[in-house]
Design a protein around this ligand. Structure first.
Ligand SMILES: [Zn+2]
Length: 314
């Protein structure tokens, strides 16, 4: 097994060396010679012209609290830059809607912004690559203890740099790490039925005896490698963890369910999809003395940190 691993590694290395240069050329093509990026403001549809690195500083400013450790901010800067390069390479526009691209906040005179801008500058032009190409550097607020394998969240193939890794002690720093929701059986059933558009749950739950029967029909079927809920069955219908998260507006799919006498208690850990870098996990590592490279290599295994992913104007 080990031999096989090194053999694969050697093959990957050879592939990497031979594909490296053309891939770089590709990246260069996506930021123009003046390093200008065009950002669409989602609310107004205004288009703002920005220096590429200034845009990245605005992303880090919006996506991570400036109070975070410098090494965490630097890791965030590389993740944001890499994410942007990858997005540009796919030919889509760049906007400031965090659900589509990344959030962005305008520069100001504050000490907070200066700190962020300095962190971004100290990682100037650095991106993470896999086999010579910018990676899909997804990140989220907190994983709940373990990040997610990308295929367990959005399906598709396994991606060697978006695998489940440990992300311990997020709860020691993040005040909103734990969240919970307690709802009546009737409300629970209503939300499920509203989502499916039919009587998935057909009991009259004002009757205690029906609650007893219904309780037996709620079951977490499987968990992912990252210990998040993969699928949950309610009255014979299976929902993915992500569907269930959306139905009940939960902060993540890392939850447990307790069936009480009159209510259902859903207890959630972490915040976000759980794929890629955990921001609070990065903060934990930075506080423990790790630098941004160690943070990035931890959350994005099998990648390489590279400078000069695109060409600066001389
Ligand atoms: Zn967008």
């Amino acid at each position: 097994m080990k031999k096989m691993f090194f053999f694969t590694l050697t093959l990957l290395l050879i592939y990497y060396i031979f594909t490296r240069s053309p891939a770089k050329e590709n990246l260069i093509a996506h930021v123009n010679n003046d390093n200008i990026i065009y950002l669409t403001r989602a609310k107004t549809q205004d288009i703002v012209e920005l220096n590429f690195e200034d845009y990245i500083a605005g992303v880090v400013y919006a996506e991570m609290p400036a109070s975070f450790e410098v090494e965490a901010l630097k890791a965030q800067a590389v993740a944001a830059r890499t994410y942007t390069i990858k997005k540009l390479a796919s030919g889509t526009h760049i906007c400031d809607d965090s659900t589509h691209c990344q959030a962005w906040k305008e520069a100001d005179e504050s000490e907070e912004y200066k700190k962020v801008a300095q962190a971004v500058k100290s990682t100037d032009s650095e991106i993470l690559t896999y086999l010579g190409e910018a990676i899909s550097a997804f990140f989220h607020s907190a994983s709940g203890g373990k990040t997610e394998n990308v295929k367990d969240v959005w399906g598709g193939e396994e991606i060697p740099y978006l695998l489940s890794v440990d992300s311990p002690n997020e709860n020691t720093l993040m005040s909103t790490f734990f969240s919970e929701q307690e709802i009546s059986y009737a409300d629970f059933a209503n939300k499920i039925n509203h989502y499916t558009g039919k009587k998935t749950v057909s009991y009259d739950l004002s009757q205690t005896k029906n609650i007893a029967k219904f309780k037996k029909e709620i079951k977490i079927v499987s968990r992912t490698e990252g210990d998040h809920v993969e699928s949950i069955n309610v009255s014979g219908t299976t929902f993915s963890g992500t569907e269930f998260r959306n139905i009940f507006d939960l902060r993540s799919t890392n939850f447990t369910i307790t069936l009480k006498d009159k209510t259902i208690l859903i207890q959630v850990k972490g915040y976000g999809h759980g794929v890629g870098m955990s921001q609070w996990g990065a903060q934990v590592m930075a506080k423990a003395g790790k630098d941004y490279r160690e943070i990035l290599y931890h959350y994005y295994p099998n990648t390489l940190l590279e400078k000069q992913a695109y060409q600066k104007k001389a």
